[in-house]
Design a protein around this ligand. Structure first.
Ligand code: SF4
Length: 728
């Protein structure tokens, strides 16, 4: 590779989980600068998402968009990342200003990259600027050098049997050898043509003897990477992994990890069985409880769903290799994979490939288009990863377009071909066109929010109807909030998950509040007040996982046997005690769960302030489409009329139940809208916000976040004036 810039450095030692260094790279000037962090930085911003938020809060402005040179692409693990003795320690965060939401977005991602970046001596990498040629960043602790190199073309380096650009690049870099001391992040051609580009985290799986990948899927981080001209980042370190975090209390770390591993081994085989089945196990549950998205979330169940239950993937597709974790030491090991499958569809039909996944979300993205073919799901997964496209946003945008066709807003002359439910042919064609920015794919690649505006314009020009009137109708079933497409859970019957999506700061992604299962399936949030409290508590604990470099699944998907004896079994506090122990033992402090939640609240508020700065932080931005609350059209009501009639009877009493189905349908919509508004009121109060969802000055002051920028922002929303008046 032709080196453009090179800097010798001494990899910084890790102590108590931190190196206290970040690496800044500017692609306008091709400069690389290791920067020492002041001591208070980690105390206040913790790591991972916290570091990413603070760097973006300070380094960007309300004018920054995804393609602005000053936009930052930040990758950061956390103090608890890179500890094979504790399950789930391979996670890191990628954060940026999103091309979909125009505000902060981040996505957590597994693999070896985060731990290796830390072993290279950096708690975070922050990339600014835009290179006018494709480049590769290399952080090589073994040689003690950081380099920016001109990105070679695939044809220049593909002579060693590599299946993908990332693999070819790693072979080229590492003298043809793949091993666990190297990793890379890359994206693909789709990320340069669509707003929902992903970042792939490539790591070597020695059991399968091949490169595998995990994805930062949400919000278009890959689109930003591609726009910056950053083709890949390679990290290499041969430092030993176990114990290299240099925890303050090594014995405490060992004990916390052993405790958690024991619970996983004991409980997972009795509960979700993720280590056997992976996340596709959720398809069956979701179908059973009417939560699996079908035909753009119109229905939550389908007779053909059994074609894609986990046993089908297990028997026909997954190659069993246990443990199958995305980082060393995870005995929950849910990262299932398909080895050596011949593609049937698309431009690469006939090619032998290996696929990482599918996860539940990818299966749901395909059922959302009305397709229940396991082979297509596996291939859709492979193509999306290869192209660098988010399986969720791709599926939801395609589904929205299909519903626009169903309801007459689009015709064949608009799309160029039939775009209908259950058609593999059209879904496949749209995927490849989107990846290459061709034909109707150019529209699809904009994501639901922008596609909605385009459809409204087209329809207005044909019908003469006012655009606003058309948009009001489209808003009902356009499954996006804040510009991000919904992830794959139907929320019509779970008020808690409606809030989980609506209040999620990055947009409707379940990693902030996955409450659907405990609310709708386990019925563990029975009252309005409990739901409102859960909508504060769960996002905070989940924020903490994203700040410290850990996977949440060993906590949320494996219920400790002792949890049943606690006041709030859904919080799974006996397991959280191991996490608190692990944090204290690593960092050398004595925090309680309460302290940890306070730390998270600061980060959560900072993210809220970035949203406000970018015009995405008020109550208006928390609105969810009607489809997320209620059956929008009569066909949805009629598909479950017995259930809805019974629900209505409970709400209004038999004597007030209308006879007319249309009237019943209208009443459901009315009640659901009111319930969501009431939920907003309660949750905002719980969080210390105004009724317009703006943090009160005292809330920011409590967490020491009232800097000059925050003050100016609150003044612009009329809050400081309010405070002054109150104090008078
Ligand atoms: S539970 Fe699954 S996603 Fe989480 S660290 Fe383990 S293998 Fe990775």
């Amino acid at each position: 590779m032709k080196i453009i810039k090179s800097l010798d450095y001494n990899p910084f030692p890790i102590k108590g989980g931190y190196s206290d260094q970040i690496l800044r790279v500017d692609l306008d000037s091709y400069t690389v600068t290791p920067v020492s962090l002041p001591l208070h930085f980690k105390e206040k911003y913790i790591g991972g998402r916290g570091y990413t938020l603070k760097l973006i809060w300070d380094g960007t402005s309300e004018h920054t968009r995804y393609d602005s040179p000053e936009n930052l692409l930040v990758m950061a693990s956390g103090a608890l990342g890179n500890e094979p003795r504790f399950p789930g320690s391979g996670k890191f965060i990628v954060g940026t200003i999103s091309p979909l939401t125009d505000t902060f977005v981040d996505s957590n991602i597994g693999g070896h990259f985060g731990p290796l970046l830390k072993l290279c001596g950096f708690d975070a990498l922050a990339v600014s600027g835009i290179s006018n040629k494709s480049v590769v960043l290399i952080v090589d602790a073994d040689r003690g050098v950081i380099e920016i190199a001109a990105a070679p073309s695939f044809n220049d380096i593909a002579d060693q049997g590599a299946l993908s650009y990332g693999e070819a690049l790693l072979r080229e870099f590492n003298d043809g050898e793949l091993n666990e001391n190297i990793a890379a992040v890359t994206t693909g051609i789709g990320a340069s043509n669509a707003r929902f580009g992903i970042i792939n985290s490539l790591f070597y799986d020695k059991r399968r003897r091949r490169m595998r990948s995990k994805q930062a899927g949400r919000g278009g981080t890959g689109t930003v990477m591609s726009f910056k001209g950053l083709k890949a980042v390679i990290v290499r370190s041969s430092r030993t992994k176990v114990g290299s975090n240099n925890p303050v209390d090594d014995k405490g770390v060992k004990q916390a990890g052993a405790n958690l591993k024991k619970v996983i081994s004991l409980v997972d085989p009795q509960q979700f069985r993720l280590s056997d089945w992976g996340t596709p196990i959720l398809v069956e549950y979701m179908d059973k409880f009417h939560i699996l998205p079908v035909n753009n979330y119109q229905y939550g169940q389908h007779p053909d769903a059994k074609n894609i239950f986990a046993d089908v993937f297990l028997d026909r597709y997954f190659t069993k290799k246990k443990p199958d974790g995305c980082y060393k030491g995870c005995n929950l090991a849910c990262a299932k994979a398909v080895d050596n499958i011949t593609l049937k569809y698309g431009p690469q039909a006939g090619k032998l490939v290996s696929v990482d996944g599918p996860e539940y979300e990818t299966a749901g993205a395909v059922t959302c288009m009305g397709i229940f073919d396991p082979q297509f799901i596996v291939e859709y997964n492979w193509y999306c990863d290869e192209y660098g496209l988010d399986t969720i946003s791709m599926g939801v945008t395609s589904s929205f377009l299909m519903e626009c066709v169903q309801r007459g807003y689009l015709k064949k002359e608009d799309t160029g071909y039939e775009l209908g439910w259950g058609s593999i042919e059209s879904a496949d064609r749209l995927l490849h066109e989107t990846a290459h920015g061709k034909g109707f794919g150019k529209i699809c690649g904009q994501g639901v929010h922008r596609v909605k505006a385009w459809v409204a314009e087209q329809y207005a020009s044909k019908t003469g109807l006012p655009i606003d009137q058309i948009l009001t109708e489209l808003d009902k079933f356009a499954m996006e909030t804040k510009g991000l497409e919904f992830s794959m859970y139907i929320t019509k019957e779970s008020l808690a998950q409606q809030g989980g999506y609506g209040f999620a700061l990055k947009g409707p992604q379940h990693d902030e509040a996955w409450l659907i299962f405990i609310d709708q399936v386990h019925k563990e949030l029975p009252t309005f007040e409990i739901k409102a409290k859960a909508l504060k508590w769960f996002p905070l604990i989940r924020t903490w996982f994203n700040a410290v470099g850990l996977c949440k699944l060993p906590w949320i998907d494996v219920r400790h046997p002792e949890a049943a004896n606690t006041d709030n079994p859904a919080q799974n506090q006996p397991t959280l005690a191991y996490y608190v122990q692990y944090f204290n033992a690593t960092v050398g402090c004595n925090k309680t769960l309460h302290d940890i939640l306070d730390d998270s609240e600061r980060l959560h508020l900072l993210q809220k302030m970035i949203n406000l700065r970018h015009g995405k932080g008020t109550r208006e931005s928390d609105r969810i489409p009607l489809r997320a609350m209620a059956p929008v059209f009569m066909n949805e009501y009629e598909a479950r009329s017995d259930y809805y009639d019974s629900w209505l009877k409970d709400q209004v009493g038999e004597e007030k139940l209308p006879d007319d189905p249309q009237a019943k349908h209208r009443l459901i919509i009315d009640l659901r809208k009111k319930a969501y508004e009431k939920l907003c009121d309660a949750v905002y109060e719980e969080k210390g916000y105004t009724q317009d969802a703006i943090p009160l000055p005292e809330t920011l002051e409590k967490f020491d976040l009232m800097d000059e920028q925050a003050r100016t922002l609150l003044v612009s929303y009329g809050l400081m004036e309010r405070e002054r008046l109150l104090s008078n």
